[in-house]
Design a protein around this ligand. Structure first.
Ligand SMILES: Cc1cc2nc3c(=O)[nH]c(=O)nc-3n(C[C@H](O)[C@H](O)[C@H](O)COP(=O)(O)OP(=O)(O)OC[C@H]3O[C@@H](n4cnc5c(N)ncnc54)[C@H](O)[C@@H]3O)c2cc1C
Length: 375
């Protein structure tokens, strides 16, 4: 059995919360859903994975059951993407954080503070090795210069993990720095004006000699790339899981619509072409969901294929979601093209083409992993 009966209850509980959040979506002003975020915190979402909280020692299957429930009813991705980003931060801190970092930031997460993970830069998004944000050694620590773009939560974050390079020629590798919102020299840009996912504020971060103590580095300086990949792999498979589940309420509505709309003397769900559309969406949902859960199992077991499977889960989930949202627009005819839930889903779905890495990047990673496994 994949989920225990307790996990099943959690799944149901968070599905109910997702449905309530979805029901209030139209009445909310555009922007980050702080109420929904705090609702999830109060429900105990972070206590499932923050080691030591409620005696939970990082029960990722319990958290996954909750995320599975939440994303199957919430209908729009933004809050789910925020949860996934924060879950990645928990994993990074749990696996690579010092005791002081874990004390400080797990406390912050349990209080509902919001994190950001800054990888992409104006000069490079896909090619992480080429980041230009630079950490230079000074007396007593480092200073950080440079900038990031397109970062989820940048305009509202309380703390951030920044991927940067060490200026020091001898150890010219990647480092990960944890910085707080009120750090001197740190400035957040305006909220990006995006096609969709408008309730997930993304934006730029600018660093002008931001002081960084050695104790603020996550993992070993110079070995940041391995630490980063270990940390973001979880997010990759969760993007796949969320992509699979987000379509679920839209598919239910489409089934009802197709049963009620008539053409050529029958409801349109009697036409094989329409049935195929609905079936393909279901197949995509199942494929993406099971791939993501399989990848999670491999990741938690430390299997050698895990990194490849996480990329496959992200790639397939994104492709299926975009294809399914496009197909739903077509199923509703011109109604699908009117501004509304279905057109909104397509706008949001397209964000999955780049959030968490583009398809080209994941194909490249899958090939690299295939070579590694073959070798
Ligand atoms: C909603 C949302 C939230 C996001 N949140 C975050 C976040 O929290 N933190 C963060 O760091 N980033 C975030 N991003 C940014 C995302 O990670 C980047 O957009 C992504 O990594 C791609 O980088 P880029 O946009 O600079 O594209 P580029 O790297 O400029 O790529 C442009 C195109 O070239 C292709 N390409 C590049 N290199 C190759 C290659 N070697 N082979 C084949 N094709 C290639 C790409 O696939 C893409 O199609 C977010 C994006 C979105 C949409």
């Amino acid at each position: 059995m994949l989920f225990t009966p307790q996990h099943g209850e959690l799944r149901q509980r968070y599905a109910a919360i997702g449905a309530e959040i979805a029901a209030g979506a139209d009445a909310r002003a555009e922007g980050f859903d702080f109420d929904g975020w705090h609702r999830l915190r109060e429900a105990g979402l972070w206590r499932l994975i923050v080691p030591g909280a409620d005696h939970a020692q990082g029960d990722w299957w319990a958290f996954t059951a909750a995320l599975d429930g939440l994303t199957s009813t919430i209908g729009a991705p933004e809050l789910a993407l925020s949860v996934i980003a924060q879950a990645g931060m928990v994993r990074g801190l749990a696996r690579h954080g010092s005791e002081a970092q874990r004390d400080r930031y797990f406390g912050a997460i349990l209080r509902g503070e919001i994190s950001a993970t800054g990888i992409a830069e104006p000069g490079t998004g896909t090619d992480v090795r080429s980041v230009q944000s630079t950490l230079s050694a000074v007396a007593g620590g480092y200073v950080l210069d440079g900038g990031k773009y397109n970062i989820a939560h940048a305009p509202i974050m309380d703390f951030a993990l920044i991927v940067c390079r060490l200026a020091d020629g001898e150890r010219n590798g990647i480092a990960l720095a944890l910085i707080d919102r009120d750090s001197p020299g740190l400035r957040a840009g305006l909220v990006d004006d995006k096609l969709g996912n408008r309730n997930l504020p993304t934006g730029a971060l600018h660093f002008d000699a931001v002081p960084v103590a050695a104790s603020q580095l996550l993992g070993a300086p110079g070995r940041g790339l391995a630490t980063l990949i270990d940390t973001i792999s979880l997010g990759r498979l969760y993007y796949g899981l969320a992509a699979a589940n987000l379509i679920a309420p839209h598919l239910d509505e489409a089934m009802r619509y197709a049963a009620g709309r008539t053409s050529f003397d029958s409801s349109i769900d009697q036409h094989q072409h329409v049935q195929r559309r609905l079936v393909d969406i279901r197949v995509g949902m199942e494929r993406s969901r099971w791939l993501a859960l399989g990848a999670l199992s491999q990741l938690l077991d430390g299997r050698p294929e895990a990194l490849m499977s996480c990329s496959i889960a992200k790639l397939v989930g994104s492709d299926d979601l975009i294809a399914s949202a496009t197909s739903l627009v077509k199923l509703y005819g011109s109604l699908g093209y009117h501004n509304g839930r279905v057109a909104g889903l397509l706008r949001d779905a397209l964000g999955f083409a780049s959030v968490g890495g583009t398809e080209e990047m994941h194909r490249k990673n899958i090939f690299n992993q295939m070579q590694r496994l073959a070798g």
